[in-house]
Design a protein around this ligand. Sequence first.
Ligand SMILES: [Zn+2]
Ligand SMILES: [Zn+2]
Length: 257
Amino acid sequence: MKIEVLGCHGGQLPGRNNTALLLNNDTLIDAGTIALTLGIEKQRKIRNAFISHAHLDHTGALPFFAVNIVSNKTEGVKIYGAKSAVDAVKTHLMNNVIWPDFTKIKNFGGNPVFEYKPLPVNKWIKAGEYKIKLIPVNHTVPTTGMLIGHKNRYLLYSGDTKETSGIWKEAGKLGSKLKAVFVETAFPDSLAFLGEASGHLVPSTLKKQLDKLGPKQKPKIFVYHVKPEYVAQVKKELSRIRGRKIRVLDEGGVYTV
Ligand SMILES: [Zn+2]
Ligand SMILES: [Zn+2]
């Protein structure tokens, strides 16, 4: 699986954008940044978006993306997520007040620009070419992490979460088929109280999560969602974690897993 990083921070500063990953050129994992970092021809090739939760740093780029793909002659882009996340986008973001409802606007092929696809949680579902299982995690609003499979290779994407157990247990069941873990870490350890209050990990709680993987599982570990002003401090603290090689994602980076 190819992962292109459109944004990998938990906030915005020049060169640091909100979280969105592009999987195999056709599927977004979260949608905090799209049009600012991806050319229009590549935007038009996107067919699916998997949304972890409603927060703006994970959905806020959808309105401008919708405008850029009206000239598509394809089927509409499918917006997948738990019902709570999909409903929130529909009700609070693209609600004909903040922005038009692009499920009611047709693209040049006569299909709705967006189609909302709420998914059940804790169940493997086929979505396009992918298998996906949404698993509730531990954040301030309903949020699901996800396991995504393609041709028998799997990745874990944590969504925003503090300490949690279900998704790590499910990841364990995948054994060596789990090739990569994309996991959030927002603050340095000195701000652990903020992580706890805002539903985020810090390096010491991240380590406890990674210890929940099977001892023989050796997926690549990628950290995202660091608050832009704390990147250097968080990297230093992550480098002290023994036993797992942890990489912090780079904006614009392309990774194969
Ligand atoms: Zn959040
Ligand atoms: Zn977030």
